[in-house]
Design a protein around this ligand. Structure first.
Ligand code: MG
Ligand code: MG
Length: 263
């Protein structure tokens, strides 16, 4: 048996929204500033500064010893890339940026994969379809469904394009802890899966590979890369299950939602 799922009250969800909006604004800021030559350390510095200026605490810094505020993962890197002054992004790269913030006792967590300048059409499609798989899974996060409906929605969408679904890392419940129950896989799992209830707050985060699903961790102990070195994409939102459609707590102002998710 896993740990119990902690349901949140409306006021707790509101506090989570505030934490997540610092995350969302930080990601938007990085989206505006990303350009060839920028170091991933500089991105990390901007994110931490913005977060602290808004009263938040960067959630990843020091988490199990992680050195950065951001996870910045380039091209074949899937997740957990470490920011560095030596790593500069270049035209044609894709950069997965994952950020977490603690504010007033609650966590926010969200990620996007951004292109640097012009990228190959097949990679642009990977980014677009990974984001669409996130939206399709969010659409399943409604009272009466089960968690497996959320998980299967990601897999069902991306396998249409022959992409690999990372299995070794999954989404999670979120609240007073960065990682709470339940695990939120991006693929169907046989067996019982929890029913969704109002007040459940989860981070859904498809990690989708252009090639196979296989990944490995580099010797730095953090950076996850695809085994075949093909590009990977990562999109994440923290959401709350409410009456009716799910509420996207980490929604960015500039984000174009599909019509079926509009409130
Ligand atoms: Mg994250
Ligand atoms: Mg997460």
């Amino acid at each position: 048996m896993g740990k119990a799922i902690i349901l949140k009250s409306a006021s707790e969800v509101e506090r989570m929204y505030e934490a997540n909006q610092i995350v969302a604004s930080t990601l938007s800021l990085l989206q505006e500033r990303i350009e060839p030559g920028l170091s991933t350390w500089q991105m990390d510095h901007w994110a931490e500064k913005y977060c602290r200026n808004h009263g938040g605490i960067p959630a990843f810094k020091g988490y199990r010893g992680f050195p950065g505020s951001l996870c910045v993962s380039i091209n074949e890197q899937v997740v957990h890339g470490i920011p560095s002054k030596k790593v500069k992004v270049k035209e044609g790269d894709v950069i997965s940026i994952d950020f977490g913030v603690k504010l007033n006792g609650f966590y926010g967590d969200s990620a996007i994969t951004l292109p640097v300048g012009v990228i190959k059409p097949e990679i642009k499609k990977l980014l677009d379809e990974t984001q669409q798989s996130l939206y399709k899974s969010i659409a399943q996060a409604v009272v009466g469904n089960r968690l497996d409906d959320v998980s299967a929605a990601v897999e069902n969408h991306v396998t249409l394009f022959g992409y690999g679904v990372v299995q070794q890392f999954v989404g999670h419940g979120i609240g007073r802890d960065l990682h709470e129950a339940p695990e939120v896989p991006n693929y169907h799992r046989d067996g019982a899966s929890p029913k969704l209830h109002e007040g459940m707050t989860i981070a859904i985060e498809p990690m989708i590979n252009l090639g196979t699903h296989e990944v490995k961790v580099l010797r730095d102990g953090w950076t996850v890369i695809t085994k075949d070195k093909k590009v990977s994409a990562h999109f994440e939102h923290s959401i709350a299950v409410t009456q009716g459609k799910a509420r996207i707590l980490s929604l960015r102002q500039s984000e174009d939602l599909p019509e079926y998710l509009l409130p």
